[in-house]
Structure formats: C-alpha cells, structure tokens
Design a binder for this molecule. Structure first.
Ligand code: GLU
Length: 421
C-alpha cells in the first residue's frame, strides 16, 4: 500500500465517524495540483545528471499551500502526495490560515557537493517557480533540506520575478528573514503536546523514560528539550544505529559526539566516559531493538512506516510521540490501540514547525522580528489549544487521538469550503 493510500485510510476513519459529506471527502481525497519535473544538473566533474522532482498542492481552502521540500533518495509521488495531504490537515489542526502542499527531489543530498546541491536547488526552483509564491505556495525545509537551501530558493525565485521575495519560503537563515525558534519548533511543539498529555494523565516527568528514534533536527532537539523538562532520555538512534543507557543519556554530549563521530552508534564509550556513574551501562542497539525497548514514551523522529503490522505487537512504550510524518502504518495504529498504547499523532505533535513558519510569514510581512521567548510562548498557546481541541474531540467521539485530530481539522476545512461555495 502506498503512503498516500495510508493517508486516505486514516481520513476515511474520521469521515465515517463524523458523517462527512461525500463532496468534501472527494475534495480531500485528491490533490488539487501535481507538478512533476526533470531537474538537469551539471555535476562538478563536467557530466550532467537528471533528478526527478515534485511539488504537490493538496488543498488551499484555509490559505496558500504550505509545506516543506524533501531531498531524499526514496522520495516518490505517492509519498509527496501523502505529505501534502498531511500538511492540509496539520495546519487546520493548529488553526493557522494555510493550506497543504509538499515538494520533493529524488536525491541523496549527502552525495552531492555544496555547489552541486546549489545548482540542483536553483534549477528545481526555476521549474516550480510558476506555481509557488509568497501568496500562493510557500515551501519550507523538510528531511534533507535546510535554511541554506531555503535561501537559494528565495534568491533564485527573486531573480525570476525581478524583485526581492524572501516571503516565498520559510525556514530561512536568521539574517535572511528567518524566525527565531524555527529550527527547534517541531521538537518544541511536540514537547508541549507531550507535557499536556503527561499532566492530564497524572504522570511524573522525572519518572517518565523516553527513547528517541532519529537524532537529527527533530529528535536531537527533542532530546535536549525533554531533559530540560525533567524527563529521563534513556537512548536515541540515527540511521546507522543507536545507544541506550540505564541511567539515561546526556543529549548535549551525544549531539557533540554525533557531530564528531558521524553517528550515535560510535558514541558508546564516549557517553560512558562522560557520565561515569555507578552501575551505569550503555548498550549499542540496532533500529529494531531501539523501537522495542522498555520505556514509557517512544519518540518517532525519523521517517515514515517505522511501526507496521510486523513490529507493532512488540512495542513496549505506553505512549508514542510522532515527530516524523507518518511513522506508524494504519494497521499498526490499530494494533497499538488494541494494546492500549496511546499515539500522539503527527498531524498534531509535529505541527510546531509549520506554526513557526507561519510566525515567520507574519514577521516578514511586518518587518518586525520577535524574540525567541515570544515565539515559544505563542507556539505554546497554539499547541496547548490544539491539544485541548483534539483531546476533547477524542472524548466526544470515543476515538483515538489521530482520528480526533482529523475530525477537528476536517470540520474547519469543511466550513471554509461551504462558505466559499
Ligand atoms: N516540513 C515541515 C512539516 O512537515 C514544516 C513545513 C513548513 O514549515 O511549511 O511539517
């Protein structure tokens, strides 16, 4: 089953429960526009290569299409469609006036030189320029892209339209109109949601043990914030492997080590040396062992389809926080639900990123920049409010939080579409 079919399956659960009009379901079941491009790039050795690129505009009922651009070798059209649809739902869950879109290029950015990456980004921008713009479709970073890439897009787009247009992307570097707190926003938003859940369920953060899959922008920052909030982070992994320590890891040390030694899998001894606590043991784990570790909260901050029908039964966490998009398949969702494992779903839990992207748009329009504290406090208000909405919808419909998040979002989109008909 493709990732987009997974999305439709999730949506269907909500539309059945809320008795959604067939016409609205049809509108949300397909993207409004799909762009597929061949991106020719001159390589450093003089040869040229063609990369496949996409931009999918799913729905703009609430506002301009909004969503990241992914550079990854496994990108495909169905994935980009799924990610675009999730953006439509996500922006509605947090109630910001934006629609949903997503882009992607089939490339491993780690295999390109900086100059090749810049040429690829500029060429891709030229090809999608007719459909993006500060008031129509605003890309942002996603897996494999970053503020530097956003700056190249803004620069190339500005050249094409003949005027400085930083508003065409968000997630820009700070000195190019970016927002403070954007880099940590996805993780921060997820931690706000988890904090609410923990409070509501009378859990004690100091006794809440967390394991994190993914130690990049979302997972690495989440580890730091969770420890700052008092949680015990037992372990983390990246694409090459992971580490779990009985007394918990120090995220700052692990981040430093990962930069130095390329992967957390090379950090075992390092962490032991740094902590040197009595009885402290650290073990290196593979991806499977990490996902199946004993813990209270499992944070999924890597890629999609990490928990499927194959391994769902072996998950021991009580709560799963989805910072990645689509890390749990619909079949796995059902298994986890039956086991009583609560999922804090992506369309709520990782909406902090796009929320601060929206803040960036507001700051660009005003040409006034907010302090990091201001950004975090406004983000908290939005995330806590969204959590309350979704949680009360879950109680009202007696359904899992993911279905409730879809219902909350679709209701808003439906009323907007009806008003515009
Ligand atoms: N790529 C992020 C996401 O999946 C952020 C998108 C944005 O800021 O527009 O939510």
């Amino acid at each position: 089953m493709s990732l987009f079919e997974n999305t439709l399956k999730q949506m269907k659960k909500a539309s059945r429960l809320m008795n959604l009009d067939k016409d609205i379901e049809d509108i949300l079941s397909r993207p409004q526009k799909i762009i597929e491009v061949d991106v020719p790039v001159q390589m450093d050795d003089g040869s040229s290569k063609v990369f496949k690129g996409f931009r999918v505009q799913h729905n703009n009922a609430l506002g301009p299409y909004k969503g990241g651009i992914r550079f990854h070798p496994q990108v495909d059209m169905a994935e980009v469609q799924a990610l675009a649809a999730w953006m439509t739902i996500k922006t509605a869950v947090v109630g910001i006036p934006l629609g949903g879109g997503k882009g992607g290029v089939v490339v491993n950015p780690k295999e390109l030189s900086e100059a090749e990456l810049e040429r690829l980004t500029r060429k891709y921008t030229q090809l999608i320029a007719p459909v993006i713009g500060p008031k129509t479709d605003i890309p942002a970073p996603d897996v494999g892209t970053n503020p530097q890439i956003m700056e190249w897009i803004a620069d190339e787009y500005s050249k094409i339209v003949g005027k400085n247009s930083p508003g065409v992307v968000t997630g820009k570097p700070l000195d190019k109109g970016g927002s403070r707190g954007r880099g940590s926003a996805t993780a921060q938003g997820g931690v706000f949601v988890l904090n609410e859940y923990v409070k509501e369920n009378g859990m004690d953060v100091r006794e809440t043990k967390v394991v994190i899959q993914g130690f990049g922008n979302a997972g690495g920052v989440a580890a730091k914030l969770l420890v700052e909030n008092g949680y015990v982070v037992l372990g983390a992994s990246d694409s090459q492997g992971g580490i779990i320590c009985t007394h918990g890891i120090d995220p700052n040390e692990l981040l430093t080590c990962k930069i130095e030694k390329k992967s957390v899998k090379n950090c075992g001894r390092h962490v032991e040396e740094i902590h040197d606590k009595d009885g402290m043991t650290c073990r290196m784990v593979n991806n499977e062992e990490l996902l199946e570790a004993e813990c209270d909260v499992l944070v999924l901050a890597a890629l999609e389809n990490q928990i499927t029908a194959e391994n769902a039964d072996k998950i021991k966490a009580k709560v799963v926080l989805e910072l990645a998009n689509g890390p749990i398949s619909p079949e796995a969702d059902e298994i986890l639900h039956k086991k009583g494992i609560v999922v804090l779903p992506d369309i709520l839990a990782n909406a902090g990123g796009v929320t601060v992207s929206y803040f960036e748009m507001l700051q660009n329009a005003d040409d006034k920049y907010w302090s990091k504290e201001e950004v975090i406090s406004k983000l908290k208000d939005i995330m806590v409010h969204a959590w309350k909405e979704v949680n009360s919808t879950a109680k009202k419909y007696t359904c899992p939080l993911r279905v409730a998040a879809y219902i909350t979002a679709i209701k808003l989109i439906e009323s907007k579409i009806h008003n515009n008909l």
